[in-house]
Design a protein around this ligand. Structure first.
Ligand code: ATP
Ligand code: MG
Length: 399
């Protein structure tokens, strides 16, 4: 099958009016950006879907790349033909063969779906469907007709520009295009959870700015490298991710010196949120995302969350709040962050782990524990010393 174009479908039918057109523009832009390694590829918006002109590039790697773009529901490689029965038949046969090859069922059922927008083409849709269906039945033995519940459908569109024929459909990730929901700050540790949380937030259309708290020399350069590698993987999915590295050593040292051991994690988290909130104002981030999952550790009980949250008015998104660890780990493997996350370098939270952290810290207790800290100055200094680094999607090297 001589594929020269992809049809890209998207969902979220609830989107209307302005929103819909913004959504389409952003999605088309993101698809074009994801395909920049493929010379000459052109992305076009037409009537409720996106069309990718391959310009001689092979369909398979381009399809794979498009399926990874958030917001894409499915992709079909399409053959364009001239408007003659012979050409349409050849294309329909080729498309059906290809679909049978990639189908899991050995014997399978099909139908031909014809749409004739170009009424100058002399054969009406039902007759053309019967004619093409008959030819497919003759040529491909394993196929039977089922017009109600076919395993595969050969689509034939007869348009002014020519015939469009396709039968294969590859599933995309769904979601919303990155950039359609605004920018948020992801609290990115080197662990398994927060990169997955960031990925899920991106899938709902947010652009990520990662914020990492680094406590050099308590935590090593390699621990930071790990976080940079995670930011790179997230950028490969979402186009780009800016990483803010907060120097957190001073804050941690002060907490250790002045705060009761069993409340140190609570206070540390509150300091993280205060600093993140300040960065959010500076960089115009609308919310913060964390990898917290209910009950996973002492600082992730509802009581803890309440006390930690009390320092900020920003919405805190917790995409993993109801997820089990095994499911989070599976997702981490799928998106390519797991192997980086399990590297053994220490995190700033693991170095000062108290013997028995409070699981139900109260707000007034946390406030009392903070009285001997110069909170405002610590926050200000940490924000002033924060460094930024941009990660952009890497062009695939395997083409
Ligand atoms: P993760 O696997 O994401 O590290 P975790 O199960 O280890 O999560 P915690 O260590 O309690 O859980 O951290 C909870 C959340 O706090 C993390 O998911 C992350 O969003 C944020 N966080 C923790 N440590 C850091 C850090 N050093 N820098 C930025 N954010 C952090
Ligand atoms: Mg962690």
């Amino acid at each position: 099958m001589a594929v020269d174009q992809l049809i890209v479908r998207y969902g979220e039918i609830s989107l209307k009016g302005h929103n819909r057109s913004d959504f389409e523009k952003i999605l088309a832009h993101n698809v074009q950006r994801a395909l920049r390694a493929f010379e000459g590829v052109r992305v076009e918006r037409i009537g409720g879907r996106i069309s990718v002109h391959l310009a001689g590039n092979p369909a398979e790697p381009v399809t794979r790349e498009v399926c990874r773009v958030f917001g894409v529901v499915s992709v079909s490689p399409v053959e364009r033909t001239e408007l003659s029965v012979e050409a349409l038949t050849a294309a329909a046969l080729a498309a059906a063969r290809q679909a049978v090859l990639s189908s899991e069922q050995v014997a399978t059922t099909f139908k031909v779906d014809v749409r004739r927008a170009n009424k100058r083409f002399p054969i009406p849709s039902p007759e053309l469907a019967a004619l093409l269906g008959g030819r497919i039945l003759e040529e491909i033995e394993s196929l039977r007709v089922d017009v109600h519940h076919p395993h595969l459908t050969v689509y034939v569109e007869v348009r002014d520009e020519g015939g469009f024929v396709y039968a294969s459909k590859y599933a995309g990730l769904g979601g919303l295009p990155v950039g359609s929901s605004g920018r948020v700050g992801l609290l990115l540790s080197g662990g398994i959870d927060s990169p997955v949380a960031g990925w899920l937030a991106m899938k709902r259309g947010v652009e990520l700015e990662a914020i990492h708290f680094h406590s050099f020399p308590f935590t090593s350069e390699r621990a930071l490298q790990k976080v940079e590698d995670l930011a790179q993987v997230l950028a490969n999915w979402g186009g780009r991710v800016r990483l803010h590295v907060v120097h957190f050593t001073e804050v941690q040292t002060e907490i250790r010196k002045h705060c009761p051991d069993e409340l140190s994690i609570t206070v540390m988290r509150r300091m993280m949120l205060r600093i993140a909130e300040r960065l959010a104002t500076q960089w115009r981030l609308k919310a913060l995302v964390t990898g917290e999952s209910l009950g996973q550790v002492a600082s992730q009980t509802l009581d803890s969350m309440k006390t930690i949250n009390a320092v900020t008015n920003l919405p805190i998104l917790r995409p993993l709040v109801t997820e089990d660890k095994v499911d989070i780990m599976r997702r981490a493997r799928e998106i390519g962050t797991y192997d980086i996350s399990i590297l053994p370098y220490e995190d700033c939270c693991t170095i000062f782990v108290p013997k028995s952290p409070r699981t139900k810290p109260k707000i007034d207790e946390a406030e009392r524990a903070e009285t001997s800290l110069d909170v405002e100055k610590l926050v200000e200094d940490a924000v002033a010393q924060t460094e930024q680094k941009m990660f952009k999607a890497q062009v695939q090297r395997t083409l």
